[in-house]
Design a protein around this ligand. Structure first.
Ligand code: SF4
Length: 81
């Protein structure tokens, strides 16, 4: 029988349109940090078209949603896959 895996969601980030407000890095620092140019970076992410993408813990959904809703340029997405 397969081991039950930790429940995950996916965060996507369109970094090229970031305006550097820091909200995401302050809200979910386990997933976002600010780079030397003052723009946010999705930590340990992979590129997927215009987005960067990383798996996140479903347990963090509420905090992630705060960043999704709070991003002033609407470039953070959360989904189940
Ligand atoms: S909340 Fe949006 S605009 Fe602000 S730093 Fe994060 S990605 Fe950039």
């Amino acid at each position: 029988m397969a081991t039950k895996s930790t429940s995950l969601v996916v965060i996507r980030h369109k970094a090229t349109e970031c305006v550097g407000c820091c909200l995401c890095a302050e809200t979910i620092p386990q997933y976002f940090e600010m780079n030397d140019e003052g723009m946010s970076v999705l930590i340990n992410s992979n590129e997927e078209g215009v987005f960067n993408k990383v798996d996140a813990l479903a347990l963090d959904k509420i905090e992630i949603e705060v960043a999704v809703e709070g991003c002033p340029v609407d470039i953070i997405r959360m989904s189940n896959s």
